[in-house]
Design a binder for this molecule. Structure first.
Ligand SMILES: *Cc1c(COP(=O)(O)O)cnc(C)c1O
Length: 377
């Protein structure tokens, strides 16, 4: 059977976890956490990176930092994971969903301005499949309307837009290291703070609302409760695992891209015959091969293809049920203007197996199965 995902293992994870145990420091913010934070700061050029327990928690931290209050509005695509919305709903925000572009499945930047009201506080672009949203337009709107931009870059680690790392373009960015993402530690995340003014408060919120980070750096002589907060720092065991992955980030990235490119090349003839649609990577984006998806005619065809692939031992999955049509989405938000593409395009999308060390033979098998499905169509 061809699994949909197998978490990446680079070989150094056990050694680093053993080292974390020997260090006799297993709670958060030990050496491995520091090394991970510095790795992001050095490779992606952000003011400050802080590991968190998940991307969900990084988004929650961002929502507190953005000072989201009851009744504020936050703009995001409906085609995203629940955590993108939940983080802001937890602060009392109303979610304003904006339609997506069918070519990238990202928020349609040309529709955002019309959704801005006097209640709007933030825009949350989601870089679907590790392919960047049109950030120049989004940052320009943020500047003109005095809004914060929080990038949900859960899928975008190692991707760039006009040469800049995803997660470092908005005021804040959030990463995920869940086992289904390119670099993982089982469960984990990070927040990138691209503006110095957020750094001190982020450290406080992440440490239960205390100024403990300042205390450990010797900047104050005792630590106390100074703000709202929670516990968003991961264990050193997780950080040790993640650091092994970061050291191999280039290897993982190029291996995934090789698989992605092979899928693309082999499936292109089907696109040319008009039977499927393949992902579009805009000129200004360099992606990280987080995901390989294709789109078919409609929901019925997708359901049939998924079942056909399963029979052939190939596990494929579809993605988000658009949030604006979900029970909680209807309660906490609304679609701004027309749902032209969100529902229609999400019904057509199917994700194919892709992971580190996937291998050409397996890609060949997946592609052959897809061709046999379409042979009589
Ligand atoms: C995976 C994902 C998340 C959540 O990440 P966790 O680390 O599992 O909390 C949030 N947003 C998007 C777009 C994701 O793909």
């Amino acid at each position: 059977m061809i699994h949909f995902n197998v978490p990446a293992i680079t070989g150094k994870e056990q050694e680093y976890i053993a080292q974390a145990i020997l260090n006799k420091k297993l709670s958060g913010d030990g050496n491995f956490t520091k090394q991970c934070n510095e790795w992001f700061e050095n490779h992606f050029r952000t003011r400050k990176a802080l590991l968190t327990t998940s991307c969900t928690h990084a988004l929650e931290l961002a929502a507190i930092l953005a000072d989201i209050q009851e009744g504020d509005e936050v703009i995001m695509p409906s085609y995203t994971f629940v955590s993108t919305a939940n983080a802001f709903v937890l602060r009392g925000a109303r979610i304003v969903f904006v339609d997506i572009r069918p070519d990238t499945m990202n928020i349609d930047e040309t529709l955002i301005e019309a959704a801005i009201t006097k209640y709007t506080k933030a825009i949350v672009p989601v870089h679907y499949a590790g392919v960047s949203c049109e950030m120049e337009v989004i940052m320009d709107l943020a500047l003109r309307y005095n809004l914060l931009v929080i990038e949900d870059a859960a899928q975008g680690v190692m991707s760039t837009y006009k040469g800049r790392a995803l997660g470092t373009i908005g005021h804040m960015g959030c990463f995920s290291f869940h086992e289904t993402k390119n670099y993982n530690c089982g469960e984990g995340g990070a927040i990138l703070l691209n503006d110095n003014s957020f750094v001190e408060r982020a450290e406080i919120i992440r440490e239960k609302g205390t100024n403990r980070a300042l205390f450990f750096r010797g900047e104050i002589d005792k630590y106390t409760w100074v703000d709202v907060g929670s516990s968003y720092l991961p264990s050193e065991i997780n950080a040790a695992f993640l650091y092994a992955q970061l050291e191999s980030a280039e290897v993982i990235n190029s291996d995934r891209l090789k698989s992605w490119n092979l899928y693309y090349k082999l499936l292109r003839p089907l696109q040319e015959k008009g039977q499927i649609e393949l992902p579009n990577i805009p000129m200004e984006c360099v992606h990280n091969a987080h995901m390989f998806y294709l789109k078919v005619k409609n929901l019925e065809e997708r359901t049939a293809l998924m079942a056909f692939l399963k029979e052939k031992g190939v596990m494929s999955v579809f993605h988000y049920v658009p949030l604006h049509s979900s029970t909680a989405g209807r309660r906490f938000g609304k679609m701004h203007a027309e749902d032209r593409f969100t529902s229609q395009e999400s019904d057509k999308l199917l994700r194919l197996p892709l992971y580190y060390n996937f291998g050409e033979d397996q890609i060949g098998r997946v592609v052959d199965s897809i061709y046999s499905f379409f042979i009589n169509k």
